[in-house]
Design a protein around this ligand. Structure first.
Ligand SMILES: [Zn+2]
Length: 71
């Protein structure tokens, strides 16, 4: 499945592996060379380098990016 190579703060992503708490959904709370993601199941925050983050993401569930500007 396609997923964008850019991520925004507030994106909700699904990882290939589930967290020990059973959730696969994470909120992106920091982007850059290192990513910080928060588990939506237990609110634990994990920091990992971007390449590792990109590998572990299966898909973006909800993008925080707004496609059209409001006028
Ligand atoms: Zn968790």
């Amino acid at each position: 499945m396609y997923y964008p190579k850019t991520f925004n703060l507030g994106d909700i992503v699904e990882t290939k592996k589930e967290h020990p708490c059973g959730s696969k959904q994470w909120e992106v709370i920091r982007v850059g060379a290192d990513f910080k993601i928060k588990c939506l199941g237990c609110n634990r925050i994990v920091m990992l380098p971007r390449p590792k983050f990109e590998k572990s993401v299966k898909k973006v569930i909800k993008s925080a990016e707004i496609p059209e500007n409001e006028q």
